[in-house]
Design a protein around this ligand. Structure first.
Ligand code: GLU
Length: 442
C-alpha cells in the first residue's frame, strides 16, 4: 500500500506553527516512504477562508519548501458529495434526523453505545474509551451545511488517505471519525497525533508567548530552514544528539516511531541559536546576497572595503540578518554609533584617553599593519604600562567600533585599516577629553 497523507488546514489568514508542524511531519513521512503529500484546504468557513487567507497559506508552504503532489482539494467544492454521504447514512439507518429547535432539522450520526472504542495511535499507542462515554453527533446542520467531522472524513476517503497525522487536539474527534469511516464502508486510516506545543510553563503555546505564526518568524529574520528544523524537533528526534539536520537527513531518518508523545516545549533560545547555525552554514554567495542587501538597505556604502574579509568575520556571528547593519556599521562608515553602556564601562575611565593616544602613535609608526604587528604592539604597550592586555583591548575595541562585541580585535583592526584605526583612536581620545559622553550630553 503506498502512503498518501495530507495537510488539511482551515485558512484563517495566519498560519499557526502548530499547524505547519503537522504539514512538516506529513511531508517528511510522505517523502520518506515515497508516498504522496496532498493539500486539502478546509475552507468551509467562507468568511475566514478568503482568497487572501488561502494565498497566505500557500506562501507559507512555499517558503518552507512544502511542495505537494496533486492539485489541492478545496473542501467547500465537495459539499454535494458530503451531503450525499449523509443521505446514504440516513437511508441505512446509521444516522437520523432530529429537530434541535429553531424549526430546521439536523442530521445526527449514531455512535455505538456499548463496548469499548479504541485505536492504535502511531505516536501515542493504544487509546480507548468506553462507548457509553460518547454521544451521537451532528453531521449536517439545520441550515443544510455539512459539519467538519463529515466533510473531513468523506474527503479523506475520497483522497485515499492512508495516514492521518495531526495535532493531538483531534484525539477526541478521532473516535467519531473512525465510526464514520466504518459506517461509510471505507478502510480506516492509521492515525498519528502529534504532541501539543507548550510554553516554558507547560501551557499551550499561544501568541501571548511570542511569535506564533509562520509569517511573524519570517518577518523577524528566521530562515525557512531554521523554522522547518526547529518545528521538526518539536515532537521528533533523530535518535542521536544531532539537532541541525539537512533536509535529506530529515527525510532519511523520519519515522512515526521516533515521534514523541509528551508535550513539546517551545524553546526560543534554541531557535535563535539554530538560526545562527543555519546562517553560518550558508554558502558564502547566498550569505553575501542577504548581507549586501542589508548593508545597502541601511544606506551604507561598500566602496573601498574588504567585503570578503568582513563577511568572513560576520557570517559566523550573524544570528539574524536584520542585526547586520547594527553589528558592523563601523566597517563602512566613520559615523558609527557608540553603545552607551560600552562607552561607560570601557572608555570613561581615568587614563583611557592617554592610553588611546599612545596606541594610536604606536600604530601610526607601524610599517606593516597586520595581525601580528597590531597584536605585538598592544602586548608591548601593556607591559610598558604595567597593565593587563584587557585594559588595552577593550577600550580599543569600543573606540574603533562603538561596540563591546564583534570579531577578534586584531582581525577587526586589519579590516578597518591602519589609517582609519588611528584616526578613530585619536578622535575617541579627543571626545573623552572634551567630555563628549558625560552625563547629559549626547
Ligand atoms: N482543518 C482541521 C484543522 O486544521 C483538520 C484537522 C485534520 O484532520 O488534519 O485542525
Amino acid at each position: 500500500m503506498s502512503v498518501r497523507v495530507r495537510f488539511a488546514p482551515s485558512p484563517t489568514g495566519n498560519v499557526h506553527i502548530g499547524n505547519i508542524r503537522a504539514a512538516i511531519f506529513n511531508w517528511l513521512f510522505a517523502r520518506h516512504s515515497q508516498g504522496k503529500f496532498l493539500l486539502r484546504v478546509e475552507d468551509t468557513d467562507l468568511e475566514r477562508s478568503t482568497p487572501q487567507a488561502v494565498r497566505t497559506l500557500l506562501d507559507c508552504m512555499n517558503w518552507l519548501g512544502l511542495d505537494y503532489d496533486e492539485e489541492p482539494v478545496y473542501q467547500s467544492r465537495n459539499r454535494e458529495r458530503h451531503l450525499a454521504i449523509a443521505e446514504d447514512l440516513l437511508r441505512r439507518g446509521l444516522a437520523y434526523r432530529e429537530n434541535k429547535g429553531g424549526g430546521g432539522e439536523c442530521v445526527i450520526f449514531r455512535m455505538p453505545h456499548e463496548g469499548v472504542l479504541g485505536f492504535e495511535d502511531q505516536v501515542k499507542g493504544q487509546i480507548s474509551k468506553k462507548a457509553v462515554d460518547t454521544q451521537d453527533f451532528v453531521i449536517v446542520r439545520s441550515d443544510g451545511s455539512p459539519v467538519f467531522h463529515l466533510a473531513n472524513v468523506v474527503d479523506d476517503i475520497d483522497m485515499g488517505i492512508t495516514h492521518v497525522i495531526r495535532g493531538d487536539d483531534h484525539v477526541e474527534n478521532t473516535f467519531k471519525h473512525i465510526e464514520l469511516f466504518k459506517a461509510v464502508g471505507a478502510p480506516v486510516p492509521h492515525f498519528a497525533h502529534l504532541p501539543m506545543i507548550v510554553n516554558h510553563h507547560g501551557k499551550p503555546y499561544s501568541k501571548r508567548d511570542g511569535a506564533a505564526f509562520v509569517g511573524e518568524f519570517k518577518e523577524q529574520g528566521y530562515l525557512p530552514e531554521t523554522l522547518f528544523n526547529f518545528l521538526l524537533l518539536l515532537g521528533w528526534a533523530p535518535g542521536d544528539d544531532r539537532e541541525v539536520l539537512t533536509r535529506a537527513e530529515m527525510i532519511e531518518l523520519f519515522s512515526l516511531e521516533r515521534c514523541k508523545s509528551s508535550a513539546a516545549r517551545f524553546d526560543i533560545k534554541k531557535l535563535v541559536w539554530m538560526n545562527g547555525e543555519y546562517i553560518r552554514q550558508q554558502p558564502r554567495e547566498i550569505y553575501a546576497d542577504s548581507f549586501k542587501a542589508r548593508i545597502t538597505g541601511a544606506g551604507l556604502s561598500m566602496e573601498g572595503v574588504d567585503l570578503d574579509g568582513i563577511m568572513e568575520q560576520m557570517q559566523v556571528r550573524t544570528k539574524f540578518f536584520s542585526d547586520i547593519p547594527d553589528n558592523c556599521a563601523y566597517f563602512f562608515t566613520e559615523d558609527y554609533p557608540y553603545d552607551a553602556k560600552a562607552v561607560k564601562k570601557r572608555l570613561m575611565k581615568e587614563g583611557v584617553a592617554e592610553l588611546l593616544e599612545q596606541i594610536a602613535a604606536a600604530y601610526e609608526a607601524l610599517e606593516n599593519f597586520d595581525l601580528e604587528t597590531t597584536h605585538a604592539t598592544l602586548t608591548r604597550l601593556a607591559e610598558a604600562n604595567e597593565a593587563g592586555m584587557g585594559a588595552l583591548v577593550h577600550p580599543v575595541r569600543v573606540a574603533v567600533s562603538g561596540l563591546s562585541e564583534g570579531p577578534g580585535l586584531f582581525e577587526m583592526l586589519v579590516l578597518i585599516g591602519q589609517e582609519r584605526v588611528c584616526r578613530r583612536l585619536r578622535l575617541t581620545a579627543q571626545r573623552l577629553r572634551d567630555n563628549d559622553w558625560a552625563e547629559g550630553s549626547q
